[in-house]
Write a protein that binds this ligand. Structure first.
Ligand code: 15L
Length: 279
């Protein structure tokens, strides 16, 4: 199992108090106890519940350059999960999803960080039709402002992996929740345990820049995840095992689901100029 591979000694998790951040932090606290890592820094704008010997908790925003530089100092790897996690206004997306990763990457270069794992999203490619199966080479086709910020993060990671020593591992995460609750999740669901398996690959595999899909075992889904498998990802869960009630009967034309068809918030065109998604 990939869980047993050597890990970077010092790891920063951003967004540590969030849904995925909590899972990763919990896993790495255990890795710290097991001696697989020696330092863990957990950062979030909100209070983080986890603590323990060797765990450093930092409550701050990464939108400030100084905070980002302090966060990356003496770290070997960064798992960057912080940010606004759905469609939003630019005034919220720009600091949290654009400025934060830009500062963090500069800080990673200056502080000699080996690699950054980035929580990208399926919304970076959400306007591909559900009838088209795509792999890691599929160019971005964003379905929302939020998706555009994720594509920005991916391209930033690609640029820095080309021009600097910092390796980039971009996870186009599908729907990572405790349960699969919608018909769409049969194609997009990733269990928390499989997400951790993917993070382990990102922390331990040898690569320069990679895009992988954050999805459980869905052999004929939207995404051909052979790049993740090549790097060592072995999902152990299937979406159907995480259905605990009635599934919401969703039917979408685009992989990003409702993100693709929802209008941009806060900018209503004048009467007579309304249109649907336009694709
Ligand atoms: C995401 O990127 C969101 O962060 C998450 O809340 C879900 O909406 C997910 O995508 C999804 O597409 O299901």
């Amino acid at each position: 199992m990939s869980e047993k591979k050597p890990l970077p000694r010092s790891i920063l998790v951003t967004g540590a108090a969030g849904r995925l951040g909590h899972q990763v932090s919990d896993h790495l606290v255990q890795a710290l106890r097991d001696g697989r890592i020696s330092r863990l820094r957990l950062l979030d704008i909100e209070p983080t519940a986890l603590s323990g010997p060797g765990v450093e908790v930092v409550q701050t925003s990464l939108a400030g350059r100084e905070a980002a530089f302090a966060a990356a100092e003496s770290m070997d790897a960064i798992v960057h999960l912080a940010g606004v996690s759905s469609e939003n206004e630019w005034e919220n997306l720009v600091p949290a999803n654009l400025a934060a990763i830009a500062h963090l990457y500069d800080a990673a270069v200056v502080h000699g960080v080996d690699r950054v794992l980035f929580a990208s999203s399926n919304h970076a490619i959400g306007f591909y039709p559900v009838t088209q199966r795509i792999d890691h080479t599929a160019p971005g086709l964003v379905d929302s402002r939020y998706g555009l910020t994720k594509l920005f993060g991916e391209e930033l990671a690609r640029l820095y992996a080309t021009k600097t020593p910092v390796r980039g591992f971009c996870m186009r995460i599908g729907s990572c929740f405790p349960a699969a609750t919608a018909a769409r999740h049969m194609y997009t669901y990733q269990s928390f345990a499989d997400f951790i398996r993917l993070v382990e690959v990102g922390l331990s595999a040898d690569y320069r820049f990679e895009i992988v899909y954050g999805v459980s075992d869905v052999p004929d889904g939207y995404w051909d995840n052979s790049n993740a498998f090549r790097l060592g990802y072995q999902p152990a869960d299937k979406p159907e095992d995480f259905v605990f009630g009635e599934l919401e009967p969703t039917q979408y034309d685009f992989q990003g689901g409702s993100f693709a068809t929802d209008p941009l918030p806060g900018v209503t065109p004048p009467p007579g100029r309304l249109r649907d998604s336009g694709r």
